[in-house]
Write a protein that binds this ligand. Structure first.
Ligand SMILES: *Cc1c(COP(=O)(O)O)cnc(C)c1O
Length: 354
């Protein structure tokens, strides 16, 4: 196991009010850092006061987008303790992302130990109010100081943390989603199945266009035929059609969400039939027209589940579930947040105490 050297700040910041927390604007006192170079592998693991990076202007990340990240939360329980939700899955996905972009992978135990040790150091920053959490952002970037395009020889792995407010401070309100038929997020063989910054850069335009029209996010279609449903914004998507749960199969262009996986496991444990398969926008249109579409929701770490109240396709708006949150969406929200915040028993063995 890599040793982590901890240097505490001499001037801790004042912690913000739980009520004023947004998302990702305030950062804690420290950050985790570790360096990689070809000769030494990963080394110099350390927790240091939070500060700006200094990088070479030719650094790989600035020119060729060699950047991957993860997102997970530390939750405060009623007894004051802190826990994580399936962090082993984030570590596995980080390495899958690294492998795709020719960044160095990290020993899983070392990466998990880095996350846990960092959260322990920052545990006073985990907020207490309902629905709040400490959002953790592990990330890695290529940092070679030259412009040649190769597998990187130098990389940085870092973890920063931001106390975040409740995603549903104003209650769980269903959102309106525009089906995007121009831009695509990813193609098979590309980087759709990994968490890299470049995917987000390419998704921003469609998201902005949808927002300007008054919709919350876009529903992405496949990059080849613009026919099959992929994801909603930066969340996976699920539909309840004729009492069956349908979600796009992981075909290579879809991000394998940990919330998606957890939803599927909860649904199966409750006796639901779950199909991971291709679902075309025409099938969805028919299901909306004949009312066999009962519910639709996005799922991801930030929102847990986000009910979809309306879908817009080629300027026609279809109401979903009467614009309300459906019973299955609600059940998933209650069970997942119940486990995350320690309010219900974790029969799946998903939580990790700090
Ligand atoms: C992170 C992410 C998700 C959700 O993954 P979780 O592990 O559930 O948070 C879904 N789609 C995209 C594009 C993502 O980046």
């Amino acid at each position: 196991m890599i040793d982590i050297k901890i240097t505490k700040t001499t001037c801790p910041k004042e912690k913000p009010d739980d009520a004023s927390l947004g998302f990702g604007r305030v950062f804690t006192d420290h950050m985790f850092l570790m360096n990689y170079d070809h000769e030494n592998g990963w080394h110099d693991a350390r927790i240091v006061p939070f500060e700006n990076f200094s990088i070479h202007p030719a650094s790989t990340v600035l020119h060729y987008g060699a950047e991957i990240f993860e997102g997970l939360k530390a939750y405060r329980l009623a007894d004051g303790s802190v826990q994580l939700f399936r962090p082993d899955q984030n570590v596995k996905r980080l390495n899958s992302s690294a492998e795709r972009l020719c960044l160095p992978t990290i020993n899983e135990e070392d990466a998990l130990n880095a996350i846990k040790t960092f959260v322990k150091t920052e545990q006073d920053w985990v907020p207490h109010s309902d629905g709040t959490s400490l959002y953790l952002r592990p990330f890695m970037f290529g940092n070679d100081p030259h412009l040649g395009v190769h597998t990187v020889q130098n990389a940085v792995f870092a973890i920063i943390a931001s106390p975040s407010g409740s995603y549903y401070a104003e209650g769980i309100n269903p959102v309106k989603i525009m089906i995007e038929d121009k831009d695509v997020r990813a193609v098979r063989g590309g980087t759709g199945y990994i968490k890299c910054g470049g995917n987000y850069a390419a998704s921003t335009r469609a998201g902005d266009r949808a927002e300007k029209k008054g919709y919350s996010q876009v529903l992405w279609l496949d990059g080849v035929e613009r026919k099959y449903i992929e994801e909603v914004g930066a969340m996976n998507v699920m539909f309840k059609i004729n009492d069956e749960i349908v979600t796009p199969a992981l075909t290579g262009s879809i991000l394998p969400g940990i919330t998606r996986k957890s939803c599927i496991e909860v649904l199966k444990s409750k006796g639901y039939k779950v199909s991971e398969r291709l679902i075309s926008v025409d099938e969805l249109k028919d299901a909306m027209a004949d009312k066999s579409l009962q519910e639709a929701w996005g799922c991801g770490t930030a929102a847990v589940v986000s009910p979809i109240g309306a879908l817009i396709y080629k300027d026609v708006e279809y109401t979903v579930c009467g614009g309300r949150i459906g019973e299955t969406t609600h059940m998933l929200y209650d069970i997942l947040t119940g486990i995350q915040y320690g309010k219900i028993e974790d029969t799946f063995g998903w939580t990790v105490k700090i």
